[in-house]
Every structure is written in structure tokens, then in C-alpha cells.
Design a protein around this ligand. Structure first.
Ligand SMILES: Cc1ncc(COP(=O)(O)O)c(C=O)c1O
Length: 384
């Protein structure tokens, strides 16, 4: 059965509930879905908090010894069990060989990010050379906009969602100000229609069509942090580029959650954090993507020693030989402890299977969260 859309996922849930003779929010349905899930063994790869250890719990409706039902992966993913092992490996190396750890062992620190970048590239549908693991999400968004946002008198606007995540909103505001433009004239926000919460693709496309000649950059989220709307990335990209705009995406809520094909869709740039559906821990190492087509032409505005290509980086001659593409945007040596926790994310080992499971979860979470009433009843029925 095709479960690629929210509608088909809901239809599947309704059909299964009908077969079991129960409602959508009956515990029977949840237990049945758990039991028949091909990936259920993966639950054991994570530490699931016990209800008794959570700071706010209602003793009268919950069994304190149970695992909690964790629906907060959109904020912070649970800890993978492998994380302690991977961290210990590098701590052990540090204590045993000090500085030699930079070029020895399973994860040479100087190449730590590069040891796992292919796994990340697979997840976002990109080539290895198109992805870098560095910094935090907001920092990467700034670094990318410093190069992709080149405002001129006639093309100076940035188009984004009216209720973009605050950090994205502030990033765009400050980028416009940094270039000496007026936020009121250069920041173009797309609002939902009156009485609606999500944006219609047709409305986004029509703004691009109307305003495109004055838009320098279109910046959307892949999945909207508040409404859960999964934007039509290929359509927005195609429409923006047809009008001569650069098109980029914040994939914080999309990576590890929905299928992404950044290279194939021709997206110009993207960035994401890794502590939500990628379970890398709070403040984990973020990702950035620049399409191969820009690898020779799009240069970083700011550089550091890690922007220099690897073979001559340590000659210390102070003559920059820039790595092509997104690798030239790296500034500092990679933080190995953050690399470990990102590596531990079981989603990486799921690369071949993930397309089915997270999409289904995404639809199910949306089904629940779209109705506060249903959510409360669902929580009651599962004892939370
Ligand atoms: C959509 C989105 N953008 C930006 C951020 C900010 O990320 P960071 O604090 O890692 O820079 C978040 C964090 O939750 C987010 O959800």
C-alpha cells in the first residue's frame, strides 16, 4: 500500500481501525501497529524515558514504571544507545594518545565529519561533495546567505513564510540590514489565506510569479515547524529558479522525517540541525548543502583554515587554496564529540529503510496533533 501522502496514511489508519473494530484513538490500534511494524526492533536502539523520571507527570492517570510515549522528536530526538560507546571510544583515544588522535583510530578527529558525511548525504539525497557537517543551523544559514543573498537595487527581496521559525526570521532580517537594505521593503512574507493555517502551494507559486523579478532569495522550510506542512520543494525550487532567484530550504523538521532528493530537485542550498529526527543531542552538529552546479562559482564570504583544501591545509603557508563547493564554507576543525553523537544516530543505519517509516510517523503525528481534542483523547487512552 502506498503510504506516501498524509491522506493515504490516514486512510490506512481508518481501514485498520475498522478491521479491528475500534476507533482511531483506541489503544488497541496503537498496540496492533506496534506489533506489526517491521522496524519495531529499532525502538531498542534508543533510551526511552520512564514516566517516573519526567519532571511533570500526573500520578493519578499514569503508571510511573512505564516508558513514556515520546511525541517530542520534533524538538529533541531521544538518545541512541550507541552514543555512550562512540563517545567513550574517542575519550579513550584522547587519554591514550593525545594529539595523535587527529590522524589515527576509527574516527581521526581531523577527518571526523568526513567519516560520516556520506551517511548524511544519503539521507538528504545529495552527493557527498555537496554536504558539509559544521556549526549550528542558524550559523550555517547565515554563512549560506552571505554568499547566496547578493541584493541589488532591483533584486533585493527575500521571500519566506510569515510564521517562519524565529531564528530564520531574525537571520533574514539581519542579513537584509547588514547589506544596507530596508527590512520593510526587502522581507517578503507569505501569509496563509484568512481562516487557514497552512500555505497553499498555488499561492506561493503565484507570489513567486508576480514578485520573482525583485526576489534575490526564496527561503522556505521543508516541513513547517508549527503546522507540520510539508512544502512542495521541487515545485517551489523550479518556480523560483525560473524567475532567476536562488532557492534554499531550512530542513530542520524535514531531515530524517520525509524523503529528500536535494540534488535531483536542483535546490540551490539548504541547511538543517541534527538534534530532532536525527537524534544527535541538544546543539548537535548541523548540516549544509550547496548544489554541485555552484561548486566552482559560489564562494564563501568568510573563510578559515578548514576552507583550505585538505592536501596542503597543514603546510601553513597562508595562501588560500579553497575547497570547492560547500567544503570551502567550513571554518573550523570538526568537534569530534558532536561527530560521535551524530554517528550514533540509528537513522543513519536506516538509510535504506527510512523512507517508509518516518513518512508514516509524520502523517500519524500530524493526524493527532491537528486536532487538540483527538490528542487529549489519545493521551488519555494511552495513560498519559
Ligand atoms: C526551523 C528551525 N530553524 C532554526 C532553528 C534554530 O536552530 P539552532 O538553534 O540549532 O541554530 C530551529 C530550532 O529548533 C528550527 O526548528
Amino acid at each position: 500500500m502506498d503510504l506516501s501522502s498524509s491522506r493515504s496514511q490516514l486512510a490506512f489508519l481508518e481501514k485498520t481501525a475498522a478491521l479491528l473494530g475500534c476507533s482511531l484513538v483506541d489503544q488497541k490500534l496503537a498496540l496492533f501497529l506496534d506489533e506489526t511494524d517491521d522496524l519495531k526492533h529499532l525502538r531498542d536502539c534508543f533510551y526511552v524515558p520512564k514516566i517516573k523520571d519526567l519532571p511533570t507527570t500526573n500520578h493519578t492517570i499514569a503508571n510511573m514504571e512505564d516508558d513514556c510515549v515520546y511525541l517530542c522528536g520534533n524538538s529533541l530526538g531521544l538518545a541512541p544507545k550507541k552514543v555512550k560507546t562512540y563517545l567513550d571510544e574517542e575519550l579513550e583515544k584522547w587519554t591514550k594518545m593525545g594529539v595523535h588522535g587527529h590522524f589515527h583510530g576509527k574516527r581521526p578527529w581531523a577527518l571526523g565529519d568526513e567519516c560520516i558525511v556520506q551517511l548524511m548525504a544519503d539521507l538528504v539525497g545529495a552527493q557527498k561533495e555537496e554536504v558539509a557537517l559544521m556549526n549550528g543551523l542558524t550559523v550555517n544559514l547565515h554563512l549560506l546567505l552571505l554568499s547566496f543573498y547578493r541584493p541589488t537595487a532591483s533584486r533585493h527581496k527575500i521571500l519566506l513564510e510569515a510564521k517562519a521559525f524565529p531564528s530564520d526570521h531574525y537571520t533574514v532580517e539581519s542579513q537584509i540590514q547588514l547589506r544596507g537594505f530596508d527590512v520593510a521593503k526587502s522581507m517578503l512574507l507569505v501569509h496563509p489565506r484568512k481562516g487557514e493555517e497552512t500555505l497553499r502551494t498555488e499561492d506561493i507559486l503565484s507570489i513567486i510569479e508576480k514578485e520573482g523579478d525583485s526576489i534575490a532569495v526564496i527561503l522556505f522550510s521543508g516541513v513547517q515547524y508549527y503546522t507540520g506542512q510539508y512544502f512542495n520543494i521541487p515545485k517551489i525550487t523550479e518556480a523560483g529558479q525560473r524567475k532567476g532567484c536562488f532557492v534554499g530550504f531550512d530542513l530542520a523538521h524535514a531531515v530524517g522525517n520525509v524523503e529528500l532528493c536535494l540534488h535531483h530537485w536542483g535546490v540551490d542550498f539548504a541547511c538543517w540541525c541534527s538534534y530532532k529526527y536525527l537524534n544527535s543531542g541538544a546543539g548537535g552538529l548541523a548540516g549544509a548543502f550547496i548544489h554541485e552546479k555552484h561548486s566552482q562559482t559560489m564562494k564563501p564570504a568568510l573563510t578559515g583554515w578548514w576552507s583550505h583544501e585538505f592536501n596542503t591545509r597543514f603546510k601553513m603557508e597562508n595562501k588560500m587554496k579553497l575547497s570547492p563547493g560547500v567544503n570551502g564554507f567550513r571554518l573550523s576543525n570538526p568537534p569530534i564529540l558532536l561527530v560521535c553523537s551524530l554517528h550514533a544516530s540509528t537513522y543513519f543505519s536506516l538509510a535504506k529503510n527510512w523512507k517508509v517509516a518516518p513518512r508514516f510517523l509524520h502523517g500519524f503525528e500530524r493526524t493527532l496533533t491537528h486536532s487538540g481534542d483527538t490528542m487529549i483523547r489519545a493521551k488519555q487512552s494511552i495513560g498519559q
